[in-house]
Design a protein. Structure first.
Length: 164
């Protein structure tokens, strides 16, 4: 059940609000990981960008959390990564934080995957995202080994799974 004060809506992956929130996430992650990526060669940077890319044909659902006035507050994608179901691109804007939005979006992804027949949901994150790591732990995700496509370009990733 979604906490009061916002609602979750399924939208197209190319919905302009979703695209904008992914841009907000990209800027935030660039800031958080700038020093960690400073020594990358252009080839590694390109491989990392490809590993992080979300291709529309892989997307099962794109979800937005919207305030009562329709202001976008959060975003998440559920995608198929081969045989796996992956939570991807979770972001909550500052105005939406500490309202249960990240938890509600995570719970909705888990529910969609469960209803879709998944045996688990996986995700990739990093040590510079403590807020996300707390949301995932509270939701019941447990650590797992780094998986492809992140192994080569982000071997120090923190990866998690939610097993049904």
């Amino acid at each position: 059940m979604t906490p009061p004060g916002f609602r979750i809506e399924k939208v197209d992956v190319d919905d302009p609000r979703a695209v904008e929130l992914r841009s907000v996430l990209d800027a935030d992650l660039d800031e958080r990981y700038r020093d960690a990526d400073a020594d990358d060669t252009p080839a590694i940077a390109a491989k990392r960008a490809e590993a992080l890319a979300v291709h529309p044909e892989q997307v099962v659902a794109t979800l937005l959390a919207l305030d009562t006035d329709d202001t976008p507050l959060g975003h998440v994608i559920l995608r198929r990564l081969g045989e796996e179901w992956e939570l991807k691109r979770l972001v909550v804007v500052p105005a939406g934080r500490r309202r249960g939005i990240g938890s509600a979006l995570t719970a909705e992804v888990v529910d969609l995957a469960r209803r879709g027949g998944a045996r688990r949901v996986i995700l990739q994150s990093g040590r510079m995202q403590p807020e996300s790591l707390r949301v995932y732990a509270v939701a019941g995700f447990t650590p797992m080994a780094v998986y492809e496509p992140y192994l080569e370009t982000m071997p120090r990733s923190l990866c998690f799974e939610y097993v049904f």
